[in-house]
Every structure is written in structure tokens, then in C-alpha cells.
Design a protein around this ligand. Structure first.
Ligand code: ZN
Length: 856
């Protein structure tokens, strides 16, 4: 039955402090797969700021069986406790208003918990996930991030390893001296082994480091451990942050909705972001492991020591922590290559979100289900906002502001206003206009005109701030535009400038120029905006060759490809012969980093093209997009045909596999070269040979994907399965590569057949995503098959997963967020599937919120 009341909308403007605070919590767990008992002793005290009392005691609780409860040792009778679906209430007259001891026992069923929130079981092991609101599935509590308490935990269970936050007191007992909100609580118990190391902090304290995995996986922890130690050092040298416990633990679990979780002293990770060996993990996997280990570790200060007052402030910890992990990865690898990869992601996920029905501000103002707001906007755009702040105030001021942030707010639950104030105070500046980045959704669109006379260039920028759901009539934001001025010989005609556009229309004059320079605008992608400029292909080719800013060098090639592909798709234009020549020049230029060359050679994605065409006011045709990319790739391959085999053999990395950026860069260029070779080679012989000879997953998988794309991979698909059937993470890749690389007309059938495979364990989020999201998000033309079969297949599986795991279902609905881009027939077919989902009688509030917004 549909719940009789629609779930409430939670609003930032309704925030109130809690009626009570919590000082200490003692938890006792008696673990059992179906009947776990949890006893809690919680010391409450009154909140003197809440003078509107007396207050009932209202505690959050979900799916709990209450066994007993007492206040100051007096048992509460059944009729004194009001229980509903969201928690319980005790009337004010039974609640000493200035403080009391609450004791309570509940029973939960971890085995039946398929939502993977709260306490659940994954492959026989107990584990928890409490962010955002999972702790209330463990016991009755004030489950909100501004309530911070000191936790002591005791775990009893029939398993060898019993873990929780803080310091290990032995015998399953743990004490965490740092007050924390309940969302950072964690418990793990099971048959686990640890991979150990240690770290000496900047002040000479010894920290024990442990990575817990399933027996047999110990050999796959070295890279994660190395990444952890480098992250710890980096946070000391770059932010002055020292680790604050004597023990830091990471646990790898197979069933996890997200990437990883920063629980205090006990990070829990999706096993795909911990486990790696050369034979089973790709270069991309290594890069993600390094980045996510760093991200979770950095949360210890930006998230845990300073946390969020309420969930509207999520970007306070996430935007900043993403920004920090991006800085770290840039330092560890190549800044240019990292920046390009991050911007590709930003455009593919965040710009797409900001342009559609799910657009919301970096700090949202309302939600129904907070789990739906762990989005590209909060994370990635949140990080971009900090990057802009960094460039506006400069590196020294940035560091000053961060020092002040840690000094002023350590131990507190904070807001974006606190964050902004720290910058205003430390840098003596007014950021009220800048703060619009947090409250206005949508990607600003910038245009520029150039006027050269005498020795002066006048640049005039305009800014428009598009309407988004629920937001119209926006104000101009502060857009920092790093700009270079290139002479005809490629040198800098004038020093680079940071032009700060803080109005709807603004001009800047650059004096003392001899010739009209070629502009290099928005260097390093200095703001998350769409820039529209009049530019010729000759200028693009010039920038691709000469720009000293590698991001803009890449951007020039990207922009060139986008405009050509649009012309081919919309106007039947022929391939401009200058483009393959420009690509060739980059491909064979040994002065350029191979990883960078690979990025230049990769054409804009099908989805990026669909978005670009839609923005020109036309419905994109997925088959035409696919065909145009093929044609252009073939033209590049033909231009390069004399070079390809030489490049391919020169780029081989001799000796044993190493995951470092340099070797990975060569492999990525070699993979791009292989894809080109396969366009001009009839039988895919090179890919077949690479598949057979590969000693690492990067090369094995790139060969397999190339073969499947050319419909030549049947034997290799089988061989890959036979080789890897015992390795879950590799079999995830096996599912993905088949649906993502399948030719468009076959993709739905391939996906459908794979759902029948005995290894399609759909309740495991990694496996589900590998097939269902792999199909809907990575095979544009396959998903958008004209007859709607792809939409129906996708919706069937969303419907199937929703009652089991609402959080992952709701996230996946994003596959439909672009439905209004397409032609009337496809639009109707998608709308019908969305409506079918929306009409389900028992739809979760997670999915209902997302589908409702997509349809509106
Ligand atoms: Zn995070």
C-alpha cells in the first residue's frame, strides 16, 4: 500500500538546535545474524539554548524491535513510549529537562538488511554504514550531525575480529576519545585478516596502520597502504594536519552502496577501491584507489574533527575533501592530466546534472531523502568552488584561511557561513557575491567579444545564469577567468591575467600589445562555466600546438573535435582534413607526456555530443552520433596509419608492471593507438595478440573492449571468463565491458542475456551497476534503441532493485535524467517507463523523489 502520508520535505530554513545534547554513549553489541541485541547507555543533557521547553524526548529509530528502555534507571512502561515509523517519543513530564541517563535494548536483523544502511551482513561479515542516517537503524538516538558524543563500544560475537572506532581496549572493547556525530560510528566483525604497517607522524607519534580484508586478499593491499602513508604525509606538509589516534584501520567490504566511508579511525571501503594487483586491476583502478584512500583519510580533519551542522552543509566536508584529494593526486601524478580528467568527469556528470531536472545548488535548501544529495554537484562542483576561492585569494591567503578554519572550528559542527567567514576574516575580503556559488544552481554561460585597436585589446564578457527547477531570476556570480595572450609565434604577448567577471557584463583592457593576440581563455578551467566564443578552426589548431597551458591545449583539440562532429551530424559536413593532421602532430610529438597525448586523441564521448547538440536546439540522434565518431576516428587512424605500428611498439612498457603515472600514461596512449589500429586493420590482429600476451589487466581489458567493439571478441570473452571466474572484481569488469562495448543493435540482447548468467548476483551493488549502469550509462546508442527496448529493460531492473536497495536504485535513475533531450518518440518511451516506476504502489521515498523530479 502507498503510505497514507507523503514523506515530508526537510528544509534548511527550519533548522533548530536539538532539545538535548549527548555527552557519552556506551554501546554493547551481542552479534547474531538475525537477532543482534544492542544495549545503549546514553548520557543526555539539556540544551540551555532551547528555552521553549519543556520538551518531549524524541529519538530517531527505524526497523528496530524495542526490548526495554529506562530513564535514570526507572523502566518505562509500554504506554509511556510512543513508537512510530521514524522513532519514538517520551512525554516531557517523564524527561528530566536538564539531563538524564537513557538506557535501552533493541533487537535488529542484520541478515534481512539489504539496504546496506545500518548494521548489515556482507559475505558472512558484519558491517555498518551510518552516513547519513543509518545509525537510527542500530539503536534509538539523536541521529543528526550536530549532536557529537564520546563513544565506548563493546562487541560480543562468534567471530575472530571485532572492530570499532578509536582505541582498541582488547576483548572487543573500543573507546573513541574524539566526540563525533553518530554518522561516523562504525562496527565491523568477521573472519578477517589484516595487512599491517605503521606511520610516524610529524611530531614523532607512532600510528599503527591496518587494512582488513578477507583471507586470501592480503596480497592485494600494498598499493592502498602506500597511498595511505603518502596521504598522511601530504596532509602534514600541505595542510599541517597530523593524525590524532594511535591506530588507523581500513576494512574492505564487497557489498557497499558507495565508494568508501570515513568513519573515525575505521574507514570502510568498497573492496574495489582497496584491492589491487597488476593482473586484476587497471591503471584507472590504481588511480582511483589512491584518490579514494586519500579522500577518506583527509576527512579525518575535513569532516570528522570539523563536521557539518546539518545535512544541507554536506559540501562543507565533501567539496573541501574532494578539492584536497584532487590537489594530492595532482601532486602525486601530473597536474595537467589530472585536471583534464577531473574536468571531463565534471562535465559528464555535474554539467549534465546542472542542466537537467535534478539540478540543485551546491548547498541545497530542501530534500526529501538526504541520500539523494550525494551528488556530483555537492562533491565536484563543491570542489570547484573551493578551487575558485583558492585562485581568487591566492595560495598564501588560502593557507592562512585554512589554518584559521582548523583553529576556530575544531570540534564543531559547522555551516557554509562559518567557512565563508573564515576566508573573509583571514583574507580581509567580502565574499557575499562569491557565496552565490553555494546557493544558485545551474552552470553559468559566458560569452566574450574581442576588440583590438592601437595597442589595446578590449575583452567584453557577458554572463547568463540559467533558470533551474525552482530557481529563476538569478544574480551574476563571481567568475575567475585565467587568461593568456599568445603572439603569432606562440610566445606570451602579455603576462597571464586573472580576469574576475563579477557582473552580467564587464570589459577588460589589455594595453601595450603589438599584434592582436590569440586568447587562451579560462586556463586550467578556472571556473565551472560554459564558455562560448567565436573561434576558427585555424585558431583552435594554433592553440592545440602552442598554448603553454596544457589544459587549454587539450581543450582546443576537444573543442575542435566537438565542432567538427556537430557539423558532420547536423549538416552532413565532411571531415576537415586539417583535424587528423593536427591529431597526428600531437600523437607523434615525443616532447608531450603520453598520458596527455592519449587524452587529446580521445574524441568527445557520445553523451557529451548529445548534450552539445541538444544545447544547439536539436534533438540528438544516438545512431548518428555513434556513426560520426566512427568516421572521425577512422579518418584520424588513416592519417596516422604510417605511424601506428611504430608508436604501438615504442610505447610498450618493458619489464614487470608498475602502476606509476609514467608507465600508466604510456599504456593509456598505447591503448588509444590500439583502438586506432583496429579501425584500419581488417581482422583486429593486433588487439587479439595483445589480449593473448597481456600480463596486466589494463592491456587485457583494453584489448577485449576493442575486440568487442569490432564484433570480433567471442572467443576472448569466454577466455576472460574462464580465467577470472573466481575473482569478483574482475568479473564485474567482464559484465561491464560486454554491455558498454557491444554494438548498438546488439546491446539490449547482450544485457538481457547477461542478467541470466549465474554470476549475475544483482543484490550486490557492484555487480548490479557493472551490468545495469554499464548498459544505461556507457552505451548511448544501445540504451536509446529506437523501439524503447533499452528503456524497458533498464526500468524493469530499477523496479526490481527498489524494494531491496532504494539508495542504489535512486542513484541509478539518473540514467533517465536526460530524457527531454531526445526526439518525441524516444521522449515518450522514456516518459512511459518513468511513469511506470512512479506509479508503483510501494516505491521507496528515495526513488519517488528522484523520479518525481525527473518527470516534472
Ligand atoms: Zn567524502
Amino acid at each position: 500500500m502507498r503510505p497514507s502520508t507523503t514523506p515530508p520535505t526537510i528544509r534548511l530554513s527550519d533548522y533548530q538546535q536539538p532539545e538535548f545534547w549527548i555527552e557519552t554513549v556506551d554501546l554493547h553489541f551481542k552479534l547474531h545474524p538475525t537477532q543482534t541485541r544492542v544495549r545503549s547507555r546514553i548520557a543526555f543533557k539539556g540544551n540551555t539554548d532551547r528555552t521553549d521547553g519543556p520538551h518531549d524526548l524524541r529519538l530517531h529509530g527505524q526497523d528496530l524491535k524495542l526490548i526495554s528502555a529506562s530513564i535514570n534507571s526507572t523502566a518505562l512502561k509500554a504506554d509511556e513510549i510512543l513508537i512510530d515509523a521514524e522513532g519514538l517519543s517520551i512525554p516531557a513530564d517523564l524527561v528530566p529537562q536538564d539531563g538524564f541517563l537513557w538506557e535501552c535494548e533493541v533487537e535488529t536483523n542484520p541478515q534481512a538488511n539489504t539496504s546496506l544502511n545500518g548494521l548489515y551482513m556482507s559475505n558472512g561479515m558484519y558491517c555498518t554504514q551510518c552516513e547519513a542516517e543509518g545509525f537510527r537503524k542500530i539503536t534509538y538516538y539523536l541521529d543528526r550531525p550536530d549532536v557529537m558524543a564520546v563513544f565506548t563500544v563493546e562487541i560480543e560475537g562468534d567471530v575472530p575480529v571485532l572492530l570499532s572506532n578509536g582505541n582498541n581496549l582488547g576483548d572487543g572493547k573500543w573507546h573513541d576519545p574524539w566526540p563525533k556525530p553518530a554518522y561516523l560510528f562504525a562496527l565491523v566483525a568477521g573472519d578477517l585478516v589484516s595487512y599491517d604497517d605503521h606511520f610516524t607522524t610529524m611530531n614523532g607519534r607512532e600510528v599503527e596502520l591496518q587494512i582488513y580484508v578477507r583471507p586470501g586478499d592480503e596480497s592485494k593491499c600494498a598499493y592502498a597502504m602506500d597511498s595511505l602513508k603518502r596521504s598522511m604525509r601530504w596532509d602534514e606538509t600541505e595542510y599541517g594536519r597530523e593524525y590524532d589516534l594511535n591506530l588507523f584501520m581500513i576494512v574492505a567490504v564487497d557489498d557497499f552502496n558507495m565508494g568508501a566511508m570515513e568513519n573515525k579511525g575505521l574507514n570502510i571501503f568498497n573492496s574495489k577501491y582497496v584491492l589491487a594487483s597488476p593482473k586484476t586491476a587497471t591503471d584507472r583502478d590504481y588511480e582511483l584507489i589512491e584518490g579514494i584512500i586519500a579522500h577518506e583519510y583527509f576527512h579525518n580533519w575535513t569532516g570528522n574533527r570539523i563536521t557539518c551542522r546539518d545535512w544541507f552543509q554536506l559540501c562543507l566536508k565533501e567539496g573541501l575533501t574532494v578539492y584536497r584529494d584532487q590537489q594530492f593526486s595532482g601532486d602525486a601524478r601530473s597536474h595537467a592530466v589530472n585536471r583534464i580528467e577531473n574536468v571531463l568527469q565534471l562535465r559528464a556528470r555535474q554539467f549534465r546534472e546542472d542542466a537537467g531536472p535534478l539540478a540543485h545548488p551546491v548547498r541545497p535548501e530542501e530534500y526529501i531523502e538526504i541520500n539523494n544529495f550525494y551528488t556530483a554537484t555537492v562533491y565536484e562542483k563543491g570542489a570547484e568552488v573551493i578551487g575558485m576561492l583558492h585562485s581568487l585569494v591566492g595560495a598564501d591567503n588560502y593557507r592562512k584561511a585554512l589554518d584559521l578554519y582548523f583553529e576556530r572550528h575544531d570540534g564543531q559542527a559547522c555551516t557554509i557561513e562559518d567557512w565563508i567567514k573564515v576566508f573573509e576574516d583571514a583574507c580581509n575580503t567580502d565574499l557575499s557575491q562569491f557565496a552565490l556559488w553555494y546557493s544558485q544552481a545551474g552552470t553559468p554561460r559566458i560569452t566574450v567579444t574581442e576588440d583590438f585597436s592601437g595597442d589595446t585589446l578590449t575583452l567584453t564578457f557577458t554572463q547568463t545564469n540559467p533558470d533551474t527547477p525552482g530557481q529563476t531570476g538569478k544574480k551574476p556570480q563571481v567568475v575567475p577567468i585565467r587568461t593568456g595572450f599568445l603572439s603569432p609565434d606562440g610566445s606570451e604577448a602579455a603576462p597571464e591575467q586573472l580576469l574576475v567577471l563579477d557582473a552580467g557584463l564587464k570589459s577588460f583592457e589589455i594595453n601595450g600589445l603589438v599584434d592582436k593576440p590569440t586568447l587562451s581563455l579560462l586556463r586550467g578551467f578556472s571556473a565551472p562555466v560554459v564558455l562560448e566564443r567565436q573561434i576558427t578552426n585555424a585558431e583552435r589548431a594554433f592553440l592545440l600546438t602552442h598554448d603553454s597551458d596544457p589544459f587549454n591545449q587539450w581543450e582546443a583539440g576537444r573543442d575542435y573535435a566537438l565542432s567538427l562532429l556537430q557539423g558532420m551530424i547536423l549538416n552532413d559536413a565532411d571531415v576537415d582534413p586539417a583535424f587528423p593532421k593536427a591529431m597526428r602532430a600531437v600523437a607523434v610529438n615525443e616532447a608531450l607526456d603520453p598520458a596527455f597525448r592519449a587524452l587529446v586523441l580521445s574524441l568527445p564521448s557520445e553523451d557529451a555530443l548529445a548534450q552539445a547538440i541538444f544545447e544547439q536546439g536539436t534533438s540528438p540522434d544516438p545512431d548518428a552520433i555513434y556513426a560520426a565518431r566512427q568516421t572521425l576516428a577512422k579518418a584520424v587512424a588513416t592519417e596516422l596509419s604510417g605511424d601506428l605500428q611504430g608508436l604501438y611498439s615504442d610505447l610498450a612498457t618493458p619489464g614487470p608492471y608498475t602502476p606509476d603515472a609514467e608507465a600508466a600514461g604510456k599504456r593509456s596512449l598505447r591503448g588509444a593507438v590500439l583502438a586506432l589500429i583496429s579501425h584500419v586493420e581488417a581482422d583486429c590482429a593486433t588487439a587479439k595478440a595483445q589480449f593473448a600476451a597481456a600480463d596486466n589487466m589494463t592491456e587485457q581489458l583494453s584489448a577485449l573492449s576493442t575486440l568487442i567493439r569490432h564484433d570480433q571478441g567471442d572467443a576472448e570473452v569466454q577466455a576472460f571468463y574462464d580465467q577470472w571466474q573466481a575473482d569478483r572484481l574482475v568479473i564485474d569488469k567482464w559484465f561491464t565491458v560486454q554491455v558498454a562495448s557491444a554494438p548498438a543493435d546488439k546491446a539490449v540482447d547482450v544485457a538481457r542475456a547477461l542478467t541470466q548468467h549465474k554470476d549475475f548476483d544483482w543484490k550486490n551493488p557492484n555487480r548490479y551497476r557493472s551490468l545495469i549502469a554499464g548498459f544505461a550509462m556507457m552505451n548511448l546508442a544501445g540504451f536509446h534503441r529506437k523501439d524503447g527496448a533499452g528503456y524497458e529493460f533498464f526500468a524493469d531492473w530499477l523496479i526490481k532493485l527498489d524494494p531491496v536497495n532504494p539508495q542504489t536504485t535512486a542513484r541509478m535513475c539518473g540514467g533517465f535524467e536526460t530524457w527531454r533531450r531526445y526526439d518525441a518518440s524516444r521522449e515518450q518511451l522514456m516518459q512511459a517507463q518513468l511513469q511506470r516506476i512512479a506509479d508503483l504502489p510501494d516505491l521507496s521515498k528515495d526513488t519517488a523523489e528522484i523520479v518525481g523530479k525527473i518527470l516534472n
